[in-house]
Design a protein around this ligand. Structure first.
Ligand SMILES: NC(=O)c1ccc[n+]([C@@H]2O[C@H](COP(=O)([O-])OP(=O)(O)OC[C@H]3O[C@@H](n4cnc5c(N)ncnc54)[C@H](O)[C@@H]3O)[C@@H](O)[C@H]2O)c1
Length: 352
């Protein structure tokens, strides 16, 4: 099979995880990169050996050599670039969140379906080896019916600034940026039940706390703390058609003692923890037992999860197979995220 010619659009902070993984994949060739910031694009091209450098994604998409693209740009451009890419005949791996609104998500879905091209959503947490192990156990019925999940993505200090904190470009704050990962992971593990309602709150109490010293955190490539129009934190209760429920919270800043990331799911035959460490909880001979699977990494491992995600994308492009995280899942997650913001704004439960 011939090597897949790749274009990476957006060469900021997260792009290096995509580029490293493409570089490691023998079936992929990094052919082109693109960024509004030419210097940044040139630096990436030099580091990864890309032949072509673009500052306008439309020109990259018009290049007939490019077969597939990673979209690693601001959230407000995901829908526009995804649609243009599939219409130009390219396969797409788009970073999470799929976009900012349900309307945008449905437009992307329509364009993907009309094009027959692959669009894989970058729900990287699904591609972690431990998540896949737990998913295979869930599929075999190890946990029975999963009826409750609880997830937390709390940063005590970690507003990445720049476009992340400009609601026009991001579509929202910690909920849409990091909450999305844990919501998606729970929903995927639960077997993708249909969400029916959401009751949620968002808070803007602390601002971005850019005054705080001596603690470092993830920052946008163009870090700027002067503008902040997003929530500090969000919490939500999501109900599903099958009676299952998910409680979640996410923050960029909170007076918490430390950062906290956990993902826990509970079924009628057993339970699991995915974060911060993989644990299976079950009952044997009238005794509760906690099982610690022995895998390379006890918890989520960023590099290998990205490698698995990129390898899967390349395989899908080569074989025409459906991604583990297809466009319709991106749409469903956008319905949940937007429902949460709507419920918080209205102070009411929202039916989805
Ligand atoms: N999967 C993950 O764990 C993860 C982690 C961080 C970020 N992300 C996602 O990746 C995306 C990028 O985030 P980041 O942290 O790299 O941001 P960043 O600000 O560091 O980089 C974004 C880059 O995109 C460029 N850009 C914006 N619009 C463009 C356009 N129209 N054409 C070309 N270039 C454009 C910017 O100039 C910038 O260099 C976001 O959607 C974010 O949600 C995912």
């Amino acid at each position: 099979m011939s090597t897949v010619q790749i274009g990476v659009i957006g060469t900021g902070s997260i792009s290096s995880l995509h580029l490293d993984a493409y570089k490691n994949n023998k079936e992929a060739h990094i052919y082109a990169v693109c960024d509004l910031n030419e210097e940044r694009a040139r630096a990436a091209a030099e580091k990864y050996g890309a032949e072509k450098v673009y500052t306008d994604y439309r020109e990259l998409l018009a290049d007939p050599v490019v077969q597939a693209v990673s979209i690693c740009t601001w959230n407000n451009t995901h829908a526009e670039i995804s649609i243009a890419a599939v219409e130009a005949g390219k396969h797409v791996l788009v970073e999470k969140p799929l976009c900012r609104t349900v309307e945008e998500a449905l437009n992307v879905q329509r364009a993907v379906e009309a094009s027959g091209k692959i669009l894989q959503v970058g729900f990287v947490r699904r591609y972690d080896t431990n998540a896949q192990l737990l998913k295979s156990l869930a599929n075999e019925g190890e946990f029975g019916e999963i009826y409750y999940a609880k997830a937390t993505a709390i940063r005590r200090l970690g507003n990445p600034g720049g476009w992340f904190s400009d609601i026009e470009r991001s579509g929202g704050g910690p909920l849409i940026d990091i909450g999305v990962h844990v919501i998606d992971l729970c929903w995927y593990m639960m077997g993708r039940p249909k969400p029916v309602s959401v009751s949620a709150n968002t808070y803007r109490k602390l601002g971005n706390r850019s005054n705080v010293e001596h603690l470092s955190f993830y920052q946008a490539a163009d870090y700027d703390a002067s503008k902040n129009t997003i929530e500090d934190m969000a919490n939500a209760m999501i109900r599903f058609e099958n009676g299952a429920s998910l409680m979640v919270d996410a923050s960029f800043t909170l007076h918490a003692k430390k950062d906290e990331m956990f993902v826990r799911l509970y079924g009628d035959k057993g339970g699991m923890e995915i974060d911060p460490e993989t644990v299976i909880v079950t009952e044997k001979n009238n005794t509760i037992v906690n099982i610690l699977p022995q895998t390379d990494h006890a918890g989520f491992h960023f590099q290998s999860a990205f490698q698995n995600e990129i390898n899967h994308f390349i395989e899908n492009v080569q074989n025409g197979t459906k991604p583990l995280s297809p466009v319709e899942d991106g749409v469903e997650i956008m319905k949940i995220l937007c429902g949460i913001y709507e419920s918080a704004a209205s102070g009411q439960e929202v039916k989805l």
